[in-house]
Design a protein around this ligand. Structure first.
Ligand SMILES: Cc1ncc(COP(=O)(O)O)c(C=O)c1O
Length: 435
């Protein structure tokens, strides 16, 4: 039997049911919920699949770095016994603030003043001056009055939407929104529109007009797989025309997009048009945690009704680093300038080599490959050439849209980016990815 085909046998009511999974074409999704298989069988088969990837050098996940986040990292590559220095094109630390001396000093100061933990959830003893300051600061950053903090950007979306939307409501999602948004909508009605398709959005809003209590349109500012931007102006106008609320998750836009780094909302001058802004401290702001910014009554509601906020311990004093990182977005705009020089350099280099970078307009740059085995092999070859990128495939993107995804940082030099471009040119001669 071909090594590529694995048959899962399962005895059910006296019958053996065989489940065929072609490991060559499989993705993680195929192991999420295998029909008729109990948990242990599913998990064992998934481990077998991971071993299959590992044997082929395609398990490019959870690669251990021995050095800090940066433009180069010393990595323990799968199967190797000693580490390799690689150009890092996988980090969302776009401005390099996780390593900025002033940010690190603020984290140390926070720890010295307040210790390593906050000790309780916010309503019952875990709300400290540094939480209060960060709420105020991130709200003011977006010209609003109030914000709520979550432990991750993921829960800022999932927990907030879960709290605000119920069976009589509807969430209308751009189909390319982050997984955390989908998760937040599992207990409400959901309709999706094709990515950035304003006509389809309008049709859905028209049909939903008198059927639902609260209607919410939810989009990303920057889309995390294509790196393209929301058509925010038109989407905001249509959303409000039909009396719906607009939610924008600008996780990849903050610090990167807009003249002063306020993200896609600044680019479209839409501060008054977005009802709820969500985002993360884990990318350009170099820390961890999520936030939601909105009118005070909504934020107060969330603070006492959103279970993942209410019943979960608040962030550690290390978030004092975020207070400094937000200041630095204004105080040191040179990082954003350098980031954009790097984005343009890498993108135009890839285009010159003939690669399809899609509609990227941010620090996220994909190289479209198109099929899963080729994408995995491209990831492996790049890694072996000392260039660390992310192979992305189904279910994160559709099967025919598999790609290598890169994240550019302000701290990359042209030496780093040239190394990446040379590696792409080399792998192209073997895999024929360019047009
Ligand atoms: C668009 C978007 N929203 C939310 C998140 C979740 O943020 P965090 O990693 O801080 O949980 C991500 C993360 O990777 C993202 O790309």
């Amino acid at each position: 039997m071909s090594q590529l085909l694995i048959f899962l046998g399962h005895i059910l009511e006296g019958n053996i049911i065989f489940m065929k999974i072609d490991f060559e074409k499989a993705s993680f999704k195929d192991f999420e919920n295998i029909d008729g298989q109990d948990l242990n069988t599913t998990a064992y088969k998934f481990v077998e699949y991971l071993n299959f990837l590992k044997t082929n050098g395609h398990l490019n996940y959870r690669i251990e770095s021995l050095t800090p986040v940066g433009p180069e990292m010393n990595l323990m590559l799968p199967g190797d016994s000693s580490p390799t220095w690689s150009v890092c094109l996988v980090s969302n630390d776009y401005l390099g603030f996780s390593q900025h001396p002033k940010v690190k000093a603020a984290v140390v100061r926070g720890t010295e003043m307040f210790g390593t933990g906050s000790g309780a959830s916010p309503a019952i003893g875990g709300h400290f001056i540094y939480h209060q300051q960060l709420e105020k600061k991130i709200a003011a950053f977006y010209k609003k009055r109030e914000a709520i903090l979550y432990t991750t950007g993921y829960t800022a979306n999932s927990a907030t939407l879960q709290c605000l939307l119920h069976k009589q409501d509807i969430a209308i999602l751009d189909m390319a929104v982050h997984a955390s948004v989908y998760e937040g909508c599992i207990t409400t009605n959901v309709k999706t529109f094709l990515h950035n398709n304003v006509e389809q959005l309008e049709q859905i809003l028209k049909n939903a007009q008198n059927t639902y209590r609260t209607k919410m349109v939810i989009i990303d500012g920057v889309y995390s797989q294509d790196g393209d931007l929301a058509h925010l102006g038109q989407i905001a106008d249509i959303t409000h025309k039909y009396g719906a609320l607009l939610v924008v998750d600008d996780a990849h836009g903050i610090g990167v997009i807009g003249d002063t780094g306020r993200g896609v909302i600044e680019l479209f001058n839409a501060f008054d048009k977005v009802d709820i802004i969500t985002g993360t401290f884990s990318k350009a702001l170099g820390n961890i945690g999520g936030y939601v910014v909105a009118e005070p009554h909504l934020i107060t509601y969330l603070k006492f009704q959103s279970k993942q906020h209410l019943f979960s311990t608040t962030a550690t004093p290390a978030i004092m680093g975020i207070l400094k990182a937000i200041d630095l977005v204004d105080e040191e705009p040179q990082w954003r300038t350098k980031l954009w020089e790097n984005i343009n350099y890498l993108k135009s280099g890839l285009v010159t080599l003939g690669f399809d970078v899609g509609t990227s307009a941010s620090a996220v740059i994909p190289v479209k490959v198109g099929d899963i085995p080729k994408t995995l092999e491209a990831g492996r070859l790049l890694l072996r050439a000392g260039v660390y990128t992310n192979p992305i495939m189904y279910p994160a993107v559709s099967k025919k849209n598999a790609r290598i995804r890169m994240n550019v940082m302000a701290t990359h030099t042209t030496v780093h980016l040239d190394k990446a471009l040379n590696a792409f040119a080399d792998i192209d001669s073997q895999l024929h990815i360019s047009k």
